[in-house]
Design a protein around this ligand. Structure first.
Ligand SMILES: *Cc1c(COP(=O)(O)O)cnc(C)c1O
Length: 408
């Protein structure tokens, strides 16, 4: 089959829905459109049954003991908000201290900032050069006032997989709750809420080949039973934890996506690892002065490759390879191009952060696509470097760090 352009290699941002997921969803838009909360007719029962079946599918994927531990939400942003604010509010008499890391998703970091404005104290843990949290740092940060630790399973930019099982041992021993934003790791690496002593976990369907706008929060019901204050007032759905008519079609799709993941993730992880290594080998084989950002295997997501192409602006690169959807390590704010806070927290310099590209490989990528992208990137790195006076000086052996630049 001929290569189709554009090529999507940004699977950390979102994923297309799997056709099997779409097929499962379709009847729930039309014939089976009932409200799962309608208790007195078959339309309601059919919807409720579908929602409960999906609950089992998602619970199975993460190793939850009971379906009742799954609370449906609109996505991981809401799940993170509900977990952190809900727990903080419920346990505030017990303590006002939370612990998280500097490389969490904004949905965790900005929620923490709000909690700080409301009087909570938050410790933001540093990460190493490899983007990993040291469990010892978690241990040292826990005080008698600590109620919750929140550490993501895997990072969305650099693909680092955190030592969550070790952290879970510590938090359980200390009697502190553990929340994880599991969005990027679930279905890609080992994740089991029982084995890892996780008490709350945020999930979203659209990062695992399900539809957008539906997610879940795992809330442990025993040993310990986690309590939280609902953040949405209304009809008391989801055992009082999240009011609002359930998104039946989305939930059915999420359930199907979870079922597929449970069955296929190990094989898929192997395939993605092979594709990623193919891309990495080609790029590193043909180009010098590349830096891999993030930890190496096994502490790296199989489909993630984040590379700094020294002396190449990430933005210029993305413009040059418009037919390939990837991300750069710069975030566009209204006024300027900010280097990624994740890379900065890992100690990556501003230049290298601006020259980083994130390749996110996923279910529908092929070997042919990897080869095409590798060839294209190699060609443009050569071209952009040839245009760069800095690259020329570097090649002539001038140490750029010793140069005194004139003020502009
Ligand atoms: C995408 C993402 C989120 C946000 O999920 P939504 O469902 O889009 O709100 C949260 N955390 C991580 C790590 C993500 O990658």
């Amino acid at each position: 089959m001929a290569l189709q352009l554009p090529i999507y290699m940004d699977y950390h941002a979102t994923t297309p829905a799997d056709p099997r997921v779409v097929e499962a969803m379709l009847p729930y838009f039309t014939q089976k459109f009932g409200n799962a909360a309608s208790r007195n007719h078959s339309y309601g029962w059919v919807a409720e049954e579908a929602v409960e079946y999906a609950r089992t599918q998602v619970a199975t994927l993460i190793g939850a003991k009971s379906d009742k531990e799954i609370v449906w939400t609109s996505g991981a942003t809401e799940s993170n908000n509900l977990a952190l604010k809900g727990v903080a509010e419920f346990y505030k008499d017990k303590g006002n201290h939370l612990i998280t890391t500097k490389i969490e998703h904004k949905a965790v970091l900005d929620t923490c900032k709000r909690l700080e404005r409301e009087g909570f104290e938050v410790t933001y843990l540093d990460v190493g050069k490899d983007g990993l949290v040291d469990p010892d740092d978690v241990k040292k940060a826990i005080t008698s006032k600590t109620i919750l630790v929140s550490v993501m399973l895997a990072n969305n930019e650099v693909g680092t997989v955190q030592p969550l099982a070790e952290i879970g041992k510590l938090t359980r021993a200390a009697g502190v709750l553990l929340h994880t934003d599991a969005v990027q790791g679930v279905g890609k690496v080992e994740f089991d809420v029982e084995a890892m002593n996780v008490d709350l976990a945020s999930l979203t369907a659209h990062k695992m080949y399900g539809p957008k706008g539906v997610g879940a929060l795992f809330v442990r019901r025993s040993k310990p039973r986690v309590r939280l204050v609902a953040q949405m007032d209304g009809g008391g759905h989801e055992r009082g934890m999240r009011s609002g008519t359930l998104n039946t079609t989305g939930i059915v799709g999420f359930g199907k996506a979870a079922e597929i993941m449970t069955r296929e993730w190990r094989d898929e992880a192997k395939r993605l690892f092979t594709l990623r290594e193919r891309l990495r080998t080609k790029l590193f084989g043909a180009l010098g002065d590349l830096h891999l950002n993030g930890a190496d295997d096994p502490r790296r997501l199989p489909g993630n490759l984040n590379i700094s192409f020294t002396y190449v602006e990430g933005e210029a690169m993305m413009m040059a390879i418009k037919d390939v959807a990837v991300s750069s390590g710069s975030a566009c704010t209204s006024a300027s191009l900010e280097p990624s806070y994740v890379l900065r927290a890992m100690g990556v310099g501003e230049e290298d952060a601006h020259s980083s590209i994130r390749f996110g490989l996923g279910r529908f990528n092929t070997e042919e696509e990897v080869d095409y992208v590798a060839e294209l990137v190699i060609r443009h790195v050569h071209r952009l470097r040839d245009m760069s006076p800095l690259w020329e000086m570097h090649r002539e052996g001038i140490d750029l760090k010793t140069i005194q630049w004139a003020a502009h």
